[in-house]
Design a protein around this ligand. Structure first.
Ligand code: TXA
Ligand code: MG
Length: 315
């Protein structure tokens, strides 16, 4: 069932069940982060491997402080500037957080979603919510309640509808190694904005065989249709006898027998981020032979968009 009733969402969560919730980045599949049975349900519904840990969602920095043994100075500064918002912090975990949530890792991922409905829901509960993106493992993340309903609707009791996500790509994941701030996943808060607060950051090198953050698996965020990335004019010319799904940044393409989705007429990477996952889903659902796409400028949220496009296109 889809609806906007906080009481219903709260009821199921208190029963130890899972509920899809809106955030500003993507929709999450939420359950009581301190209840192992609820966490097991999340993994089962998503078909997610247990080595891929979950982000814990809270309503306040005070609640985050109860989940970690140590809040480094940089973490405090970033929290003050970007929470609530599209930032996830990796912090040393307290023992009461189930190992299932963190996949046995020493740190817990925490964030405060910037969405009025989910913040109200979190404030009404006396436990935090573990929530991965509400998509089957490996597929494109959902940015509307309808996206969730299509894929998980018959597996979960309730989808809290908070409208279309206003950011559209997942949170930026940041941790700390000694004094160094490290970025593990590009996302909804741009690197420049983070560096303006804590100075230079390091990009984590992620191993594909033991991904510390599995949003970093090479293949991820993928439509069923194969995707090729590159220069659109050349890709269209080379595939002229195929039915194409064309994902472009600003330019419109009118090609017979093909469908085009323009991410931002005015060339805004923020606007492109809000439309990216809906565009990939739409093109995928049109069942073309091939999706062809181009990278966007590497500025602002463009870095996160390009990261997702490359993973979507990865074989
Ligand atoms: O914007 C978001 O972050 C969304 C919304 C729903 O909050 N959530 C999201 O969750 O993208 P998910 O599960 O799709 O991606 C979370 C990433 C995963 O790649 C996971 O491996 C990493 O965060 N992660 C979570 N806990 C971790 C931990 N304890 N140590 C290292 N990485 C962790
Ligand atoms: Mg995900």
């Amino acid at each position: 069932m889809i609806g906007t009733d906080l009481e219903i969402a709260r009821y199921y969560l208190q029963q130890g069940d899972v509920v899809a919730i809106p955030t500003e980045t993507v929709y999450g599949l939420a359950g009581n982060a301190l209840d192992t049975n609820a966490i097991l349900k999340i993994f089962k519904v998503k078909q997610r491997p247990f080595f891929d840990p979950l982000i814990v969602h809270t309503h306040s920095i005070e609640q985050i402080a109860q989940l970690t043994t140590h809040l480094p100075k940089q973490a405090q500064l970033l929290a003050q500037h970007f929470m609530p918002g599209a930032l996830t912090l990796l912090l040393p975990k307290r023992p009461h957080i189930p190992d299932l949530v963190t996949s046995g890792l020493p740190r817990v991922a925490v964030r405060i979603p910037n969405h009025p409905l989910s913040l109200a829901l979190l404030r009404s509960l006396d436990f935090p919510l573990a929530a991965p993106s509400a998509n089957p493992f490996g597929y494109i993340s959902p940015t509307t309640a309808q996206h969730v309903a299509k894929q998980l609707g018959d597996k979960i009791p309730y989808i809290l509808d908070g409208g279309a996500c206003t950011v559209g790509v997942e949170s930026t994941i940041v941790g700390f190694e000694d004094e160094q701030t490290v970025v593990y996943r590009l996302g909804g808060i741009a690197i420049d904005a983070i560096e303006a607060i804590v100075g230079n950051v390091k990009m984590a090198v992620i191993s594909n065989s033991s991904p510390q953050t599995a949003g970093q698996l090479d293949k991820h965020y993928s439509p069923i249709t194969p995707i090729l990335l590159g220069n659109l004019h050349k890709l269209i010319e080379a595939n002229q006898y195929k039915k194409l799904g064309i994902l472009s940044f600003t330019q419109a393409y009118h090609i017979p027998n093909s469908i085009n989705f323009v991410l931002s007429n005015k060339g805004s990477t923020d606007e492109a981020a809000t439309k990216l996952f809906a565009a990939l889903r739409y093109l995928d659902e049109c069942k073309p032979d091939l999706i062809v796409a181009e990278l966007v400028p590497n500025t602002g949220l463009g870095l996160a968009i390009n990261d997702r496009l490359k993973r979507a296109a990865s074989k």
